[in-house]
Design a protein around this ligand. Sequence first.
Ligand SMILES: Nc1ncnc2c1ncn2[C@@H]1O[C@H](COP(=O)(O)O)[C@@H](OP(=O)(O)O)[C@H]1O
Ligand SMILES: [Mg+2]
Length: 467
Amino acid sequence: MTLNCANLAARVPRILELRRRRCSPNLVGGAGFFSCLLPSTHKTHHHSNPLLLHCSITKRKQSHSLSSSSSSSVMEDPKDLGFSSQDPEDYSNELEVAVRAVQIACFLCQKVQESLISKATTTHVQAKDDNSPVTVADWSVQATVSWILSESLVSRNLSIVAEEDVQTLSKADKADLLEAVVQTVNECLAEAPRFGIKAPGITLGTSEVLEAISRCNSTGGPSGRFWTLDPVDGTLGFVRGDQYAVALSLIEDGEVVLGVLGCPNYPMRKEWLGYHHRYHRIISKLTPSTSESWDKGCVIYAQRGTGKAWMQPLLQGHKQFVWPNHARPVQVSSIDNPALATFCEPVEKANSDHSFTAGLAHSVGLRKQPLRVYSMVKYAAIARGDAEVFMKFARSGYKEKIWDHAAGVLIIQEAGGVVTDAGGQPLDFSKGMYLEGLDRGIIACAGANLHDKIIKAVDASWNSSSL
Ligand SMILES: Nc1ncnc2c1ncn2[C@@H]1O[C@H](COP(=O)(O)O)[C@@H](OP(=O)(O)O)[C@H]1O
Ligand SMILES: [Mg+2]
């Protein structure tokens, strides 16, 4: 099935509508993270979240039109973006809690990754039944985020679909591992006040940590509200000291409404994304941490229907998190010439057929070497305008999980991009834990032109492929 601009418009009218209304396409540049910040007028809305220490959400009065090329360091009220009172529900409280939780999760992952690498220990890396790795960080992040969400969002029944379960951790011979998880969670939550989240009154015990992990046992579905969490997406990248992501999304009645992606190793200079991780580590040791040239790590997030995606740095050193933590808007690239476009894909051949995507790249005129990156950092790269195409074609029979895509898909869409399956249909998050009905593969692009070309190329070469 092919997709041209007309039927894309029919399928994803909201994306195109937002593109028409969007700001100047040049907001994302190679400049430093904190550039483009404009002074703005603020109003403060107090809310009564018991767990947020800093009980204010800062919103900006509409001070310039949407067609302005100005950027801002603050969250915008969806109502300021021209929605009426019937427009999307106000998710600002959930968004703020989710971003803080992901910041804390990134802090936790950085500590665990440093210790894994510096001690060259494999004790805390386990193999799952499918032989994929799982670490102390996976369980600890799941417990921490689950605990923060359940304590912070008391007004709603909390439902979370997440990657890890407690089976391995609960085995008698895994007592050391469980102890390491409990300790990691408590050390991390002790730092929560720095992120504006109240720490537990007393240290969490083993049963509370296990309960927080196993609470994430929802299976999703077509109705109601649930979160998806991939505590450490790209665990292979994580254990290798490379790229990985923390991915949190909120899904309501089958639609992703919030997406938050923490990317602790994302380099602020996009050209570093393609360098080998060992090189990164050598350079980061040689470069003072204050140096602009080696700033890394960000949290990217978006709310459905706002037409904007935001990026903020990870909290550095011993600083206090102040919402919105210097957030600035990000936007997809305006490059639509395949010869100039960068295409990214999974590092592992087992996760996506590199020879099939090489054939597609050749037939649509993508000339650059593929950028192979672990995890949903690839979605972040498209949303930030650092790459233009992401393709994933898993082996036949593999079922994609919703937590591996939900946050990234929404962020790309709100940043102005297009994400569909290889038949041009939107990904369906309403069918439970898996992206049931996914047609062949996933294609995310900065714009409709590139997307259209790739969809046509898939159709042309599919029958002769081995997939
Ligand atoms: N055989 C397979 N085919 C496709 N995707 C797979 C796979 N095995 C695992 N994955 C998914 O690919 C994710 C990693 O993505 P990438 O290859 O882009 O780095 C894994 O996430 P986890 O690391 O969270 O398990 C896992 O969900
Ligand atoms: Mg994953």
